[in-house]
Design a binder for this molecule. Structure first.
Ligand code: NAP
Length: 474
């Protein structure tokens, strides 16, 4: 069985405590990792603290060149990395390849930001007392950034933290999800081969509760950047004291289909947006509100396309939908579907528990807004579809969520589109696109319980630096 040691200070580190990583679809063993002890976490922090001084002094062109070399190395190991991702998180291989391609892009955008990162000239003589002085701001790195990431995008979500942090001149301690630590451990080696100074990226594996909280409490950490559930995000924020914190949390994304929408275009976008990676995407379409006059037609189209999805092994190139991350998650989503049915929702298609953690993509119509399937984050292959009578009603139901990451509308009418864009309370609103759309340079993040701060290399670099004002009395 392949063992994947942790990566600290440019060296492999193991401990006595081991954990196997399984392929969720069939339970086969993919690899073995080690659980960090408190001493190992301390070693990672010491190594990052020392490397933060090296990174701060590294010229921008060198930081950028390291990221470019890492990009080239990742591209050269595209297939191998995609197989690792597909195996550890059960994501269909086509989506895993896409994740690698996106991570290549995230590295490239971050390499560009290393060059662009700049301050501004401040016109001090706009105040009488400022006459005879010049001022500018420069953006300085924070020092050590602790990055904690979830299971569902084990390469590109860590990349959204690591690459901007390095571009900005920080050092990183990364704690990947315990279900899916392998892609991050592989990537750390690729960074080292690309000339990244020792200790600038450290990857520790093991239980989030103990390691994550240690990182949140340690005074050597200047910033926590977390992607994961709202519950853990809020806990980390409460522990972080004066550290900077960015939180990329959950959602139960909604789509409005107006009566004049192009249903032929909207249906496939919504089906892909609902069931990619079995709905285990933070911006997965979970709630669809369809104007009453086209509700039945849309439901028929949507259910028919859903039934056509091919369910199978993640390494089979034909597979559209594979398993959830664990059997426990499949059981939870099934229970939520059953609860929605009991409360009056109609199960239109799917919902069957299949082999181990696999769940047939499901569509539930007219479930009450109060059931968990409607009002909490399902994070599984299931969609609630409801008719509505007025745009105001649809917007109110979209906004009734505790979350606010992304939402969207399909309509041919500009006034309808912009009324919804103005009134829906989210971090990103999309017109004639699924809310599950994301490219890696865009500002990405949520409001309400979906989090705080924005990712996308340009925006992450801002979060991971602080402005310093320099005044010169001429
Ligand atoms: P999770 O349970 O919150 O875990 C995320 C990470 O936090 C893992 O590395 C986990 O480690 C660690 N962790 C667990 N308990 C911790 C604690 N007490 N202190 C510090 N760290 C702790 O989330 P998940 O199940 O992996 O991922 C699903 C969630 O992520 C969903 O809510 C989804 O919406 C969200 N997500 C959001 C975005 C976004 O960009 N907004 C993107 C993807 C996913 P262990 O694995 O060792 O427990």
């Amino acid at each position: 069985m392949a063992a994947f040691p942790m990566w600290i200070g440019g060296r492999e580190v193991t401990t006595a405590q081991r954990r196997t990583v399984l392929l969720p679809f069939d339970g086969s063993v993919v690899g073995e990792v080690f659980e960090a002890t408190p001493e190992v976490v301390d070693q990672a922090l010491a190594s990052a603290s020392a490397a933060a001084r090296v990174m701060r002094a590294l010229p921008r062109h060198e930081r950028s060149a390291i990221l470019r070399r890492a990009q080239a190395r990742l591209l050269a190991s595209r297939d191998e990395m995609a197989r690792t991702i597909a195996s550890e998180c059960g994501k269909p291989i086509r989506e895993a390849l896409l994740e690698v391609d996106r991570a290549v892009g995230t590295l490239g955008f971050s390499a560009e930001e290393a060059h662009r990162l700049t301050g501004e000239v401040v016109p001090l003589d706009a105040s009488p007392a400022g006459v005879g002085r010049m001022a500018m701001t420069v953006r300085e790195p924070l020092g050590v950034v602790a990055a904690i990431t979830p299971f569902n995008f084990p390469l590109n979500l860590p990349m959204h933290k690591i690459a901007p942090a390095l571009a900005a001149g920080n050092a990183v301690v990364h704690k990947p999800a315990s279900w899916t630590p392998l892609a991050a451990l592989r990537m750390a080696r690729l960074f080292a081969e690309s000339g990244l100074p020792e200790g600038a990226l450290n990857v520790v594996t093991g239980p989030g509760g103990s390691i994550g909280e240690r990182l949140a409490l340690d005074p050597r950490v200047a910033m926590i950047t977390f992607t994961g559930s709202a519950e853990v995000g809020m806990r980390l924020r409460s522990l972080a004291g004066m550290k900077k914190v960015t939180l990329e949390l959950g959602n139960n994304s909604a789509v409005i289909i107006a009566g004049d929408a192009d249903l032929e275009a909207a249906t496939p976008r919504c089906v892909t947006g609902s069931f990619a990676h079995s709905g285990q995407v933070c911006i997965s379409v979970q709630r669809i509100f369809v104007e009453a006059s086209v509700r039945d037609e849309f439901l028929e189209r949507f259910a028919a396309d859903t039934r056509r999805l091919r369910i199978g092994h993640p390494l089979d190139a034909q597979t559209d939908v594979s398993s959830l991350i664990t059997e426990g998650e499949a059981a939870r989503v099934s229970e939520w579907i059953e609860e929605a049915r009991q409360a009056g929702g109609q199960l239109i298609t799917g919902g069957r528990r299949m082999h181990r953690a696999t769940l047939e993509p499901a569509v539930v119509a007219e479930a009450p807004d109060s059931v968990r399937l409607s009002c909490q984050e399902a994070f599984g292959p299931v969609v609630c579809l409801n008719g509505y009578h007025s745009l105001e009603e649809a917007i109110a139901r979209v906004n009734a969520s505790p979350y606010g990451l992304q939402a969207s509308i399909f309509t041919r009418d500009l006034t309808t589109a912009f009324r919804a864009a103005q009134q829906v309370h989210v971090g990103g609103f999309l017109i004639n696109e699924s809310p599950q759309f994301r490219v890696d340079q865009m500002p990405y993040g949520g409001v309400k319980q979906s989090g705080m701060g924005r990712e996308g290399p340009k925006y992450a670099v801002e979060e991971m630096t602080e402005p310093k004002l320099i005044i010169w009395n001429t």
